[in-house]
Design a binder for this molecule. Structure first.
Ligand code: SAM
Ligand code: DTB
Ligand code: SF4
Length: 335
């Protein structure tokens, strides 16, 4: 029988994935770790740094998001950032040891006049020697093509949850809108970064639904961020019941088994995870993190703490494509 990792599959069924979730924890982690090692160096973690290039006042109603204009989260809005500030932040991220720089904008979709400015940002960040990623909301085919032509490596656009639960969390754009943007990104030749959020009050069936949608896309997303909900005061999801931390680890493990050649990112939510939970996530096949004190608008573990955690676990920062930037765990880049 072929192993999990030997075949890249796009035909996962609910029953099968339910059986994965029902495995004894040790069996599940063993299978995930085995799949992981067939595609990736066992002890490497890819390091990305995030920057919010346009903050707040978003017209969408995503119930988890501090940046929606509909919820009073006390967030200060910021217009699209000046090019030179973005370049400077990229330079600092590279000095800090990131290999990829991800820029996020709180937009439903970019306007054509915004496109000229974000394209200049892609060019500037590439000039600094970093891989580039953007998340700007929905894209037309023409916009996706312009970004690809400018050299954008990855586009992040999440499915967030199962089709059914999605409709309970976001009403201003549909699941099919998201799938259309993902198709435009894929067809333009960019790499797809697509995942979701766990801990929004969804059921295990919803988590299975999300993973099946991701794995059954025409190509597995090259990068799969699994975010844990950051419960932000003022958002409708602020009082969501906490998820069993082991259920979060199980979700990572199942994602690893279903999409064995994709980079699985242990994404938002690490502030509320112990080092031990994060270690279990790495064992379950997570091999990327956001590094730096801030995500888009909320806190991320301090860089020094992450360097310590990686060093304690013997995990090495992976070089980006073309050998881009490697974090030196023994050195404080700010010193
Ligand atoms: N506005 C664009 C969009 O939604 O496509 C791009 C930026 S948006 C902030 C990027 C992603 O961040 C969302 O798709 C969601 O998965 C994640 N996110 C936002 N708020 C979050 C929260 N409170 N906890 C965890 N993830 C969150
Ligand atoms: C993704 O999946 N997670 C990142 C990134 N893509 C852009 C964003 C997390 C945002 C967490 C809430 C905040 O800091 O605003
Ligand atoms: Fe806007 Fe994106 Fe936040 Fe939704 S997740 S409210 S689209 S910034």
């Amino acid at each position: 029988m072929p192993t999990d990792a030997a075949v890249i599959r796009h035909n996962w069924t609910q029953d099968e994935v339910e059986r994965l979730f029902a495995l004894p924890f040790n069996d599940l982690l063993f299978r995930a770790q085995t799949a992981h090692r067939q595609h990736f160096p066992a002890n490497e973690v890819q390091i990305s740094t995030l920057l919010s290039i346009k903050t707040g006042a978003c017209p969408e109603d995503c119930k988890y998001c501090p940046q929606s204009i509909r919820y009073n989260t006390g967030l200060e809005r910021e217009p699209l950032m000046e090019l030179e500030k973005v370049r400077q932040a990229a330079r600092e991220a590279k000095q800090g040891g990131a290999s990829r720089f991800c820029m996020g904008a709180a937009w439903r979709r970019p306007k054509d006049r915004d496109m000229d400015r974000v394209i200049d940002m892609v060019i500037a960040v590439r000039e600094e020697g970093l891989e580039t990623c953007m998340t700007l909301g929905m894209l037309t085919e023409a916009q996706a093509q312009r970004l690809a032509d400018a050299g954008l490596d990855y586009y992040n656009h999440n499915l967030d949850s199962s089709r059914e639960y999605y409709a309970k969390v976001i009403t201003t754009r549909s699941y099919d809108d998201r799938l259309e943007t993902l198709a435009a990104v894929r067809e333009a030749g960019m790499k797809v970064c697509c995942g979701g959020i766990v801990g929004m009050g969804e059921t295990q069936t919803d988590r299975i639904g999300l993973l099946i949608e991701l794995a059954n896309l025409p190509d597995h997303p090259q990068s799969v961020p699994i975010n844990h909900l950051v419960r932000v005061a003022g958002t409708p999801l602020e009082d969501t019941k906490a998820l069993d931390p082991l259920d979060f680890v199980r979700t990572i493990a199942v994602a690893r088994i279903m999409m064995p050649a994709s980079v699985v990112r242990l994404s938002a939510g690490r502030m509320n995870m112990t080092d031990e939970q994060q270690a279990l996530c790495f064992l379950a096949g997570a091999n990327s993190i956001f590094y730096g004190d801030q995500l888009l608008t909320t806190d991320n573990p301090e860089a020094a703490r992450d360097r310590q955690l990686l060093a304690r676990l013997g995990l090495k920062p992976a070089a980006g494509e073309g050998g881009k930037a490697v974090l030196d765990l023994a050195r404080d880049p700010a010193a």
